[in-house]
Design a protein around this ligand. Structure first.
Ligand SMILES: Nc1nc2c(ncn2[C@@H]2O[C@H](COP(=O)(O)OP(=O)(O)O)[C@@H](O)[C@H]2O)c(=O)[nH]1
Ligand SMILES: Nc1ncnc2c1ncn2[C@@H]1O[C@H](COP(=O)(O)OP(=O)(O)O)[C@@H](O)[C@H]1O
Length: 405
């Protein structure tokens, strides 16, 4: 068997069946960092190169093979049934990586630190028993795990803007993006409605068709979705993550149903509802925009009545703004977002990026993870005390710094 190493565990009576399974693999094996943890489970699993095993109760989560695009990258060995399970994997998984170390947090998520990586792409969480994962297990009726990327720095809360068609949401969002280009990023939704003349695919919306979007919804690609004015609209997990990746604060222009779904998610957004000064003024703006047919305008106006009722009375929104005079409304919006008097230059995030070592080991002291490098005196600390968010979005509020040389 040459290179074949085993992670060896106390030879309990259940060992035999597990050993058979372990022998099925062909690739050279590798001893995981969390050997000690695995020992306590009484198992005898063979791991492939670059795989790690983390034990939670009766289940051993084997993470790795992520450099192989055909692999799902996560498999679970259930000690009580003696079976391997390939789970449904949600969230955006990390791009191909090889070496990594893992440590278990609160029995509900595994922290994964990639070796030989940049600090801004080194921290990942595999959620195995969080509220989100539990909800999805009921929905999919399978084992479910969910990836969430760890984001260093106290990323500002995303902003959800809702309001009836023609009230001025897009206009206000454009003003924010223009004045604070490095601070805000727009969550580009998917929609089945036809593009308007000046709309660009991938910029204003990802234009798609209903059957494709329904498939993607089933596959768990969307953070939320809703049928609005006869079309499907939805925010993909990726739309929000792209903005977070760019270090920006995410703005979502979504309807009241979508706002309700986001309220129930881990996104921890600020919810703003925009109202017109009157129904007549709303109708005037919608007609003046000239982007809809008469029939579509009538439908939007009918829907506006219930949207306005829900927006004002549901308690869903943190702030309700009347868009009477545009400039005055914009100033009030900036005040809500703590932007009055701030310039874009001073707001630009300055998070220092550094390299993580080729080899590393992890230990945990209270809310701090110590990342020890094999070769140098440098010690990297990951502080989880302000951790928030999580799958299907990012895990935010992390702090990572180096000590020593
Ligand atoms: N739930 C949900 N609503 C969305 C999304 N994207 C856009 N909407 C809402 O869909 C409605 C119609 O949008 P649109 O067709 O662009 O028309 P407009 O509001 O008149 O500019 C608006 O209330 C948007 O806020 C989304 O991803 N999810
Ligand atoms: N405060 C305002 N006063 C007058 N017209 C406005 C105001 N805000 C927006 N508009 C105009 O109303 C129309 C609808 O605005 P838009 O931003 O497209 O609305 P929404 O995105 O909410 O559907 C646009 O032609 C826009 O220029």
């Amino acid at each position: 068997m040459g290179l074949m190493n085993y992670i060896k565990f106390c030879p309990f009576s259940g060992l035999k069946s597990v050993e058979n399974i372990a022998l099925m693999g062909e690739a050279p094996a590798f001893i995981a960092d969390d050997l000690q943890t695995s020992f306590s489970n009484g198992l005898h699993l063979k791991l492939n190169e670059f795989e790690t095993a983390t034990v939670i109760g009766n289940k051993t989560y084997v993470i790795g093979g992520i450099s192989d695009p055909t692999s799902t990258g996560v498999r679970i060995f259930n000690k009580s049934t003696g079976n391997w399970v390939i789970p449904t994997i949600l969230g955006t998984k990390p791009k191909a990586f090889k070496g990594h170390s893992t440590i278990l947090l609160n029995k509900d998520r595994i922290l994964i630190i990639k070796t030989n990586s940049k600090s801004n792409d080194s921290i990942w969480f595999l959620e195995v028993d969080t509220q989100f994962v539990e909800d999805q297990k009921k929905k999919f009726e399978t084992e479910v795990v969910a990836w969430s990327k760890g984001v260093v720095g106290d990323a500002e809360r995303p902003i959800v803007i809702s309001g009836p068609s023609g009230v001025g949401k897009g206009t206000l969002i454009n003003m924010l993006m223009k004045e604070f280009p490095s601070m805000f990023g727009f969550s580009v939704s998917h929609t089945t409605r036809a593009p308007r003349e000046k709309e660009e695919n991938g910029v204003h919306y990802h234009f798609t068709n209903r059957s494709v979007m329904e498939e993607e919804i089933k596959a768990g690609k969307f953070l939320e979705f809703a049928a609005v004015h006869g079309n499907l609209y939805g925010t993909s997990v990726e739309a929000v993550e792209v903005v977070a990746d760019a270090g920006k604060r995410c703005i979502l222009d979504i309807d009241v149903q979508g706002a309700r779904s986001v309220r129930g998610s881990s996104l921890e957004a600020i919810f703003v509802f925009i109202c017109p000064p009157s129904f007549e003024e709303l109708e005037k703006r919608l007609r003046a925009r000239g982007t809809e047919t008469e029939e579509q305008i009538q439908k939007r106006l009918r829907n506006a009545k219930s949207e306005l009722e829900q927006g004002k009375s549901s308690g869903l929104f943190d702030h309700v703004l009347v868009n009477d005079d545009l400039e005055a409304c914009y100033e009030r919006l900036k005040k809500i977002l703590d932007l009055d008097g701030s310039s874009d230059a001073t707001l630009k995030a300055q998070t220092k990026v550094f390299d993580l070592p080729m080899e590393l080991s992890l230990s945990k002291i209270n809310e701090k993870i110590l990342i020890n490098s094999g070769n140098d005196d440098r010690r990297i600390v990951l502080d989880l005390s302000s951790m928030k968010g999580g799958a299907p979005g990012r895990t935010r509020g992390l702090c990572m710094y180096t000590t020593g040389n």
